[in-house]
Design a binder for this molecule. Sequence first.
Ligand SMILES: N[C@@H](CCC(=O)N[C@@H](CS)C(=O)NCC(=O)O)C(=O)O
Length: 257
Amino acid sequence: MSKSFTLYYAPGAASFVPHAVLNHLGLPHTLSLVALADGQQRTPEYLALNPKGRVPALVGGSLPAGEVLTETPAICRYLCAQKPDAGLWPTAPLAEARLMEWLNYLSGHFHAFAWPLFARPARFSPDESHYETLGSQARVHLADILALIEDRLSDGRAFAVPAVGPDAPSKLTPADFYLLLQYRWLFVRLGWPLREKSAAVDRVGRSAASPTLGASDAGGRKTGVLAQSSLSLQSFVTKTASTGAALPRNGSGPNRR
Ligand SMILES: N[C@@H](CCC(=O)N[C@@H](CS)C(=O)NCC(=O)O)C(=O)O
């Protein structure tokens, strides 16, 4: 039996994405909680493991002793290489490039820039009186990003990476798990009525929330990655339909900023 990976994670954080990959591929793993709200990511012990002070971080499994892998796209790449036949990481050059295009955009633009502008304004200004302005700018950027993503997905594709020919149809990839997570951030933290306003993102998010993610045990208790990562699929599905909050209007198009 192959050695178990350890994923350092926090509920609802970016670690959801490699966690979903581990689950989907059936790779043996254990989870190690890093309580972000308690500042555990900045303890000397965790910083010794991951000097970036962030989750996710991956150790163990097939990684050589002492290797710590960080950055969501890199971790996903490594995990998918453990089970290439599962096809979660496409090998057709254009499909692979499209996947990297998505992961770069979601992790480098959405997650690293627009989201912290809203969720971590102190990273952008030490002056608290700026936070409200930063928050409204964040909403504009996030609305633009969502509009762009919605536009990309509205050609009816099943998943984020489009079909690149008859031999490479649109298939589930780690980008779909990332989309599902960020979609939920927008819903939970900003209360955006995504189901009505972003039908295509909603459709792809639901496809990614596969039975593996939402698995239950015999007693009906949620056991899948959605439960472990505090992503309740049920509340995700029902609440996205019922909120009445308004989406901010776009600036002047997705590519303006
Ligand atoms: N570029 C990293 C970003 C990871 C990241 O920012 N993780 C957040 C949680 S979503 C975190 O650990 N934040 C802790 C902090 O900022 O103190 C990746 O893609 O994995």
